[in-house]
Design a protein around this ligand. Structure first.
Ligand code: PLP
Length: 409
């Protein structure tokens, strides 16, 4: 099998050439927070504002038609990327957080009643916890939580016990941003459906990990953010099955989501526009389409194989760092390394390796229940993308060793 040309890929990401503190080359290991963008994506944003600035859907003039065509062609790219049946099922939002809030506010308020149950897991990002707590406050529904074991794997026997005839929705993260665990979402969805519940997949991290096919997963909703897929910030996607989206009330009211308005009555627009009130992030949506084209041009099989190599190499070199304890050692993992080092606060680790040019994240990563499980305030987290290399991991391990020495001297 031909190997990926990582040097060529790296040249597409101008940010990889940025110099960091003390003019050191930057090693960017904070990809779970946001990824760098290839020049094709940056050029697309630039070109939109230079040559195609116009509002969409409402204009009869040339620029508006062009911008609308590009915006809608992005929707088609997302449809193809997720393998959905039609473009009505693709709603553009601000990101994963807004997509989950949309489902909780619209589907939740209409269909989830007092005593109904929503199941999430112990490893959810706060954005897949808080919207359901807000719904609980409003409706009196019950929130149940699937626990995970000390490797960071969901305990499916416990999940089976939580399912009941009152379960309305199971909302689950596909790849954990703080543990790296890849959850068996297909099984989780199948069990949810067998219990008569719907399933939402938080694909914020998994969207850049491996190809997603919503028809194969058979999830009812799926969310992701553009900025974690080499696209711009401020844009994301909600996929929902057409029948469900049809049955849901609008999330926000305003322009573009209506067919007609009188003071007596408003008739809502058809899908997907019913859920896209106001002027959207036009340049963002168009550039997200460009990010998808970029990823589609790479060989998915090779990307997966390469990330597996990075994962194995990372575990090997980090296991040799004295006092380092990996948090999240599931069998199925993305190249996300969350760890603590005996006697050194995670923030100090982050600050010390930053001096060596390595950008990692420290803290609870918006997953405080995960930290509570392990009885720690936070971790240091290195999260890798396909443009990272084994050499960078070696430099990182050396930077950690040096930091430990500096700290103890
Ligand atoms: N879900 C997971 C697993 C995440 O990692 C994140 C962000 O880190 C989110 C949801 C929220 O994404 P956003 O802030 O782009 O809405």
């Amino acid at each position: 099998m031909p190997v990926l040309d990582i040097d060529k890929i790296r040249r597409d990401f101008p940010n990889l050439a940025t110099r960091g503190r003390d003019d050191k080359p930057i090693i960017y290991f904070d990809n779970a927070a946001t990824t760098f963008k290839p020049c094709q994506v940056i050029a697309s944003t630039h070109s939109h504002y230079c040559h195609r600035t116009a509002n969409i859907h409402r204009g009869v003039h040339y620029l508006s038609e062009e911008a609308t065509a590009e915006y809608e062609s992005s929707r088609e790219k997302v449809r193809d990327f997720l393998g959905t049946r039609n473009t009505f099922e693709i709603i553009f939002t601000k990101g994963s957080t807004e997509s989950i809030n949309l489902v909780a506010a619209s589907y939740g308020r209409r269909f989830i009643k007092q005593g109904d149950e929503v199941i999430i897991s112990e490893m959810e990002h706060h954005s897949n916890i808080v919207p359901w707590q807000l719904l609980r406050e409003e409706t009196g529904c019950v929130l149940k939580v699937i626990p995970f074991n000390d490797e960071g794997e969901l305990i499916l026997e416990e999940y089976r016990k939580l399912l009941s005839p009152r379960t309305k929705l199971v909302s689950i993260v596909h790849v954990s941003n703080s543990l790296g665990t890849v959850n068996p979402v297909k099984d989780i969805i199948r069990l949810a459906h067998a219990a008569g519940a719907l399933a939402l997949v938080d694909a914020a991290q998994s969207v850049s990990h491996a190809p997603i096919d919503v028809k194969d997963l058979d999830c009812d909703f799926l969310v992701f953010s553009g900025h974690k897929l080499y696209g711009p910030t401020g844009v994301g996607v909600l996929y929902g099955k057409e029948k469900l989206l049809e049955s849901m009330p609008p999330y926000q009211g305003g322009g573009d989501m209506i067919l007609s308005v009188t003071f007596e009555k408003t008739i809502f627009n058809r899908l997907p526009y019913k859920f896209e009130a106001g002027t959207p992030n036009i340049a963002g949506v168009i550039s997200l389409g460009e990010a998808i084209s970029y990823v589609n041009n790479l060989d998915a099989g090779q990307l997966i194989a390469y990330k597996k190599e990075l994962l194995a190499h990372g575990h090997k070199v980090l296991s040799q760092v004295p006092g380092l304890r990996m948090i999240g050692t599931a069998k199925e993992k993305a190249p996300i390394f969350s760890f603590v080092i005996e006697g050194i606060h995670a923030h100090d680790i982050g600050t010390l390796v930053d001096r060596e040019g390595v950008a990692i994240r420290t803290g609870h990563h918006c997953t405080q229940p995960v930290m509570k499980h392990f009885g720690i305030p936070g971790t240091a987290r290195a999260s890798l993308a396909f443009y990272n290399t084994k050499e960078e991991l070696d430099i990182f391990a050396a930077a950690l060793n040096k930091s430990i020495k500096v700290f103890h001297d």
